[in-house]
Design a protein around this ligand. Structure first.
Ligand SMILES: C[S@@+](CC[C@H](N)C(=O)[O-])C[C@H]1O[C@@H](n2cnc3c(N)ncnc32)[C@H](O)[C@@H]1O
Length: 253
């Protein structure tokens, strides 16, 4: 459903140009971001715990040329607990992937694993949507509907969903019934329920510091440049801390 979202791709291509490869993408999903990076010439490893998402990614890679495919490694695993024997110049947790960390322990585990996989000059880049509290209050528990055309089949996809927010637990519950219609015939449907956390920027900053990072660059809005107040995305570029109370050894072994 998000395959056409590409607003963040130019930002990540710019970051790859600045920091180089190899790149590790945590929660690489269907390869929406990983494939353009590989196509641009960067070696990318994608880690995801969902076999379905990795299968989609492999299917999409089949349409790419040999050189692009050879630059991609897909790994199956949990971003809270993985060990890949490579030092990366860039580790990414893009497009709200950290919101799948529903406890602070999970968040710190992911950030720590990310730091431990950085080479000496490597950076960790994370982006996530800043909670829009007013909108959340206005839309919580209210059924909504989203329609789109299936990107391959051209059929109508109707997502009838309810998002509920728990402001004490900082959790978002999304419950949806998704239907695919071919003219007047419903060809398939599915019901899904997912839970994600929502985090405010200072919480993520604190977690990054606790996990041993120095934040070297931050901006709001995925196109970089000056602060874009209308954007809800926060981007942090971090390096392993070299000194100070949160300094930790960069080396794993
Ligand atoms: C919001 S999607 C982002 C996908 C991709 N990065 C993109 O930008 O299109 C989050 C991805 O993280 C994966 N994921 C969630 N929890 C995970 C975990 N604990 N370990 C590894 N992958 C995880 C999901 O399967 C999903 O593919």
């Amino acid at each position: 459903m998000h395959s056409s979202y590409d607003a963040d791709v130019p930002t990540y291509l710019d970051l790859a140009r600045e920091y180089g490869d190899p790149i590790l993408e945590l929660g690489s999903g269907s390869g929406r971001l990983l494939i353009p990076l590989a196509r641009a010439g960067y070696r990318v490893t994608g880690l995801d715990c969902s076999e379905d998402m990795s299968t989609l990614c492999r299917q999409k890679l089949e349409a790419e040329d040999d050189a692009t495919r050879e630059r991609v490694t897909l790994a199956s695993g949990d971003m809270r607990d993985f060990d890949i024997d490579t030092e990366f110049n860039m580790v990414l947790a893009a497009c709200n992937t950290i919101l799948h960390c529903t406890t602070t322990d999970d968040l710190l585990a992911v950030l720590t694993r990310a730091r431990e996989h950085l080479g000496p000059n490597g950076v960790f880049v994370v982006d996530f949507a800043v909670p829009n509290v007013l909108r959340m209050l206005q839309t919580s528990d209210i059924e909504a509907r989203f329609e789109m055309l299936h990107p391959d089949r051209g059929t109508r996809v109707i997502d009838t969903y309810t998002v509920s927010y728990n402001f004490v637990k900082q959790m978002e519950t999304y419950e949806a019934r998704i239907e695919e219609w071919d003219e007047d015939t419903m060809v398939r449907w599915s019901e899904v329920s997912t839970e994600r956390a929502f985090y405010f920027p200072r919480e993520v900053e604190l977690a990054l510091k606790c996990a041993g990072f120095d934040i070297v660059k931050t901006w709001k809005g995925l196109r970089g440049g000056p602060l874009v107040e209308t954007s809800q995305d926060m981007v942090y570029v971090c390096r392993a801390a070299s000194e100070g109370p949160w300094a930790v050894s960069r080396r794993r072994r």
